[in-house]
Design a protein around this ligand. Structure first.
Ligand code: NAD
Length: 363
């Protein structure tokens, strides 16, 4: 069966890093006999320039029909003076909403070769491999009522509402259990059940699902403790699942454990495992068009796409191993080069990954 992939290169370094991922995809499609059809569309600033909207109807149509989408990045100074509702970043929010991407997967993987880039001691983080599963479409960021009102005593008062239904909790928890089964078999559910009723319900629903997954060891942790444990002993975790606001904060904390924004992939999935895959970094206008961007976050996002949406885990693993071997060989783009290390450009890094894929598995 042919699977449809939509590429959304976007702005800034987006087209440069997506071009390298596309070359890697062509390589694994050949060697793993994947039947893929690729298409490209505009999202973000480039879409505003060419089609008058950040998420044009033509892109929406292709996105709805795609099995998976690979995005570079959107935004840049050229569009910063537009009103907030017309900015490139709105395109990103709109596509996430259109596809109902309720689950955000953020792995924090630290290749041992880059352990010294972390702000933590190398032995605490070398070989780190954790996955944060964040609920993306509910919780306090979307709860109603919300607003800023004037109280009877004349003071202004701001308020938001933290709500989750059982169904919303169950669908993200179920996905996290399934991911834990495929990984190390451990799941940590993060809440604040000692203070917030909404997360008491969260804990009850997650606990209720545990009996369906006898091979997953479930633990519950309060969010304040989870934050401490992430910087104290992060390798204790396998999969963490949490709501929107806690996940927002914990996934950025975990990202920093790896120390290098150019290495971090992400995935956002909907109920049908269709997904949007993108590097965590932005469009890096300061280095755009200079062959300086690190394409590995996008190439690793492609590996996630192969694993989670295209059912090609062997191809995903081959890419991850190729990236590791390229790092072993000492290749570094500027963002991950240590003092005195020679750095290579975006396309040379892409060449090296393809070469490592061709030369096969590690002996
Ligand atoms: P950024 O991630 O684009 O850049 C931060 C710093 O990291 C810069 O110094 C940049 O050169 C560097 N960097 C980022 N990615 C890199 C890579 N692959 N290789 C090497 N160096 C890299 O964040 P920012 O500067 O805050 O934002 C720039 C633009 O990107 C803004 O318009 C912002 O709105 C947008 N943005 C988009 C996304 C997205 O598309 N998902 C995410 C964040 C920011």
């Amino acid at each position: 069966m042919t699977q449809n992939i939509l590429l959304l290169p976007g702005d800034g370094i987006g087209p440069e890093v997506v071009a390298q991922a596309e070359r890697v995809l062509a390589e694994v499609a050949g060697s793993f006999s994947l039947s893929l059809e690729l298409d490209t569309a505009n999202l973000g600033g480039v879409a505003i320039d060419r089609e008058g909207a950040a998420f044009p109807a033509s892109t929406r149509e292709k996105a709805m029909a795609a099995d998976a989408i690979l995005l570079g990045a959107v935004g840049g100074p050229k569009w910063d003076t537009l009103p907030a509702a017309e900015r490139p970043e709105r395109g990103l929010l709109a596509i996430r909403a259109a596809l109902d991407l309720f689950a955000n997967l953020r792995p924090a993987i630290l290749f041992p070769q880059l352990a010294s880039a972390s702000s933590l001691k190398p032995d605490l983080v070398a070989g780190l491999d954790i996955l944060i599963v964040r609920e993306l479409t509910g919780g306090i960021y979307f709860g109603e009522p919300r607003g800023i009102d004037v109280r009877a005593d004349g003071q202004r008062e701001g308020y938001n509402t933290y709500r989750y239904s059982e169904g919303e909790i169950a669908r993200i928890a179920r996905l996290a259990f399934e991911l834990a089964v495929k990984r190390g078999g451990r799941l940590t559910s993060v809440d604040k059940a000692n203070v917030l009723e909404v997360t008491q319900l969260w804990r009850e629903v997650v606990t209720g699902l545990a009996e369906e997954y006898p091979n997953v060891a479930l633990e519950h942790m309060y969010v304040d403790n989870a934050a401490m444990q992430l910087v104290r002993a992060p390798k204790q975790f396998d999969v963490l699942v949490t709501g929107n606001i806690f996940g927002d904060i914990l996934s950025d904390t975990a990202a920093m454990l790896t120390g290098s924004i150019g290495m971090l992939p992400s995935a956002s999935l909907n109920e049908h495992a269709r997904g949007l895959y993108e590097p965590v970094h932005g469009s890096a206008p300061d280095i755009a068009g200079q062959d300086k961007a690190n394409p590995l976050a996008t190439i690793l996002s492609l590996a996630m796409m192969l694993r989670y949406s295209l059912n090609a885990p062997e191809a995903a693993l081959a890419i991850e191993e190729a990236v590791s071997r390229v790092l072993d060989a000492g290749l570094r783009t500027g963002d991950i080069a240590e003092h005195g290390q020679v750095s290579v450009g975006t396309s040379a890094m892409g060449d090296a990954v393809i070469e490592a894929l061709r030369s096969g598995r590690r002996d």
